[in-house]
Design a protein around this ligand. Structure first.
Ligand code: AGP
Length: 606
């Protein structure tokens, strides 16, 4: 969740640390800090709040050094105050940390018994003391570091600066990712390739348990047993340009508008527009596959639910979808012959990664539908199905969601064909429909003006109800999640058929009810639900298509007409209005769209 950067450089470190932290803010943004060694003495600047506050602190009190470490925080232990902000310093040791040290309380008690005084409420500070205690007891820096990390349990990525070792930093990972960047006579440590992206595109991915000693000349890497090892250095694509907002006010707004292009790139990787056949890679025997197990969190989970609807309907292939945090702990009944599919934008979500590893340990073949192809999940699975929507920066996932659904749609077609549920002509017809999705998503984005209008009213609501049937019931969950996370309005998504089993009690004239109902086989039922809600004074926003609008019962507060399309791609086409609605409600409320409170883009702690 937190972002880490370390630099052993040849030019002033602090502007570069800040530049990198800006790229890492998506991981957490409740406080930030940097530390460096100035004339042999460790110094740090820290500030609660957004990075801007740290920049101001550095303006008042600059730090002149070429080697340093930096951190942007998403609080786990201890409130987001200056005293809890990283780096933490104990004696000669400054440290930044992403993750949770689970045995920190025992270690802290032990260190306090030795007279050590703690100055924060964090789990992290204990590691700084542990290393410093080893130094005080006479260990050399590398030994002090490696002995300390052997005593840790939990999930951690750490970057450490030791006073006196001016030109050296130490790093390790166990769980959360960490890369070593190779520059020209300079070296870097970062939470991911984006963090070191302004300085180098040559990176080495530390493996779990690895630790590294890094100086100007390079890095010595050791595995968990302490043996020096060599790991490959990879050249990663430079994605700097894709991280700009362009003319948009927020990344989320840009990313909603990016969807037609991102969708096109993604779909082109899974179908051949000439032969109109699917080209899903991975050597999966769809014909004899008995079951798919999807594991994911948040919006990626919801994409998985839509995948279930599509794959079961078109390919008659059973799909179980489960929230990864439940799946990993509840001892689920596993079929080793099933295919495990993890869905993850980041490829680093701790619960999804653990659920994926659980499936692998039970003998299942594994795949991931992922945006970050250098991520841990992508490196650990048998099959990688990338989405090609470009880096997603806004905390609220938008373009990754539609790209994930696009891949699942291609999989549904491929599996349907392989299992004899459709013939070649039908496969071609479905591929043609999927190829139309980017154009129709672009048309759907044209609803923005209408959405902006209704957003003014929805921004006043305390509660919102989203309803839909079939795949639209999953999209209702996504609409509610988007609204909650960026506009802080309480919203619930429901299968419309469940209305009478409870949620209808919420209906009054103050609760907007958003119904997603394209003109498909569920339409009549959704329209009836709309009438039932209106009969009880409910204010309905009816999001449908042209035919649906023609048949809509009178009395809706607003009817929004998305482009008509085949049900196969309706989840893709209907996504834009719900994303835009959340976006404009959040803007209307003056909320921090790209960095909503309490959230982080990459959830690397469970
Ligand atoms: C989406 O808007 C959320 N911010 C969140 O639910 C996200 O989808 C979830 O944390 C999973 O992330 P992942 O796709 O990177 O695994």
């Amino acid at each position: 969740m937190c972002g880490i950067i370390g630099i052993v450089g040849n030019s002033p470190a602090t502007p570069r640390l800040i530049e990198s932290l800006k790229r890492l803010e998506y991981r957490g943004y409740d406080s930030a800090g940097v530390a460096a060694q100035v004339d042999g003495v460790l110094e740090r600047r820290r500030a609660p709040g957004k990075l801007k506050a740290l920049e101001e602190a550095l303006e008042h009190q600059p730090l002149h050094a070429t080697t340093g470490i930096g951190h942007t925080r998403w609080a786990t232990h201890g409130a987001p105050t200056e005293r809890n902000a990283h780096p933490h310093i104990a004696g000669r040791v400054a440290i930044v940390h992403n993750g949770i040290i689970e045995n920190f309380a025992d270690l802290k008690a032990e260190l306090q018994a030795k007279g050590r005084v703690f100055s924060s409420d964090t789990d992290t500070e204990v590691v700084a003391h542990l290393i410093d205690q080893n130094l005080v007891e006479g260990a050399a820096p590398l030994d002090a570091f490696s002995a300390a990390i052997k005593r840790l349990s939990g999930a951690y990525a750490l970057c450490v600066l030791i006073g006196g070792e001016t030109e050296m930093i130490f790093a390790t990972r166990n769980g959360p990712p960490l890369v070593v960047g190779y520059g020209d006579g300079e070296m870097f440590i970062g939470s991911d390739a984006l963090a070191v992206g302004p300085f180098t595109n040559r990176v080495l991915y530390l493996e779990d348990g690895d630790y590294a000693a890094v100086d100007h000349k390079g890095a010595r890497i050791f595995d968990s047993s302490g043996s020096e090892v060599s790991r490959p250095i990879k050249t990663v694509a430079s994605s700097a340009a894709l991280m700009e907002k362009g003319n948009y006010r927020h990344f989320m707004e840009k990313e909603i508008h990016d969807q037609p292009e991102g969708g096109q790139r993604t779909i082109a990787a899974y179908v051949d527009p000439i032969s109109e056949r699917t080209t899903v890679s991975g050597d999966i025997d769809w014909a004899s596959l008995e079951r798919i197990q999807i594991v994911a969190c948040g919006t990626s989970y919801i994409a998985g639910v839509i995948g279930k609807y599509l794959i079961e309907q078109y390919a008659d292939l059973p799909v179980d979808v489960e929230v990864a945090s439940e799946f990993r702990y509840r001892e689920p009944s596993i079929r080793p012959s099933a295919l495990a599919i993890a869905m993850s934008q980041s490829g680093e979500t701790a619960d999804t990664l653990a659920a994926l590893r659980y499936c692998q340990a039970k003998g299942m073949k594994s795949a991931v539908i992922v945006n970050t192809t250098e991520s841990t999940m992508a490196r650990e699975v048998d099959v990688v199905w990338p989405i090609h929507c470009g880096p997603e920066i806004g905390v609220a996932s938008t373009k990754a969601f539609t790209a994930q659904v696009s891949v699942l749609t291609a999989i549904a077609i491929a599996a349907a064909r392989a299992r004899g549920r459709i013939d070649a002509a039908e496969e071609q017809r479905m591929v043609r429909i999927l190829l139309e999705a980017p154009r129709l998503i672009a048309e759907s984005i044209q609803l923005e003006e209408a959405v902006r209008g209704i957003a003014v009213e929805i921004a006043k609501a305390r509660d919102v109800l989203y309803l839909g049937r079939g795949p639209m019931s999953a999209l209702a969950l996504e609409g509610a999640l988007k609204l909650k996370e960026i506009s802080y309005i309480h919203a619930e998504g429901y299968a419309a058929g469940e209305l009478k089993h409870g949620p209808i009690a919420l209906v009054d004239e103050k609760t907007p009810i958003i119904i997603l109902a394209p003109f498909d086989s569920y339409y009549e039922k959704s329209a009836s639900n709309m009438s039932e809600v209106m009969a009880r004074g409910g204010q309905v926003v009816f999001i449908t298509d042209h035919e649906g609008a023609r048949h809509a019962p009178a009395g809706a507060r607003v009817v929004m007409t998305a482009p008509s399309c085949d049900p196969l791609i309706a989840p893709l086409v209907m996504s834009a209005p719900i994303q835009l609605l959340a976006y404009h409600v959040a803007v209307q409320k003056g909320a921090d769209v790209d960095q909503p409170r309490n959230l982080a883009k990459s959830v690397t702690v469970e």
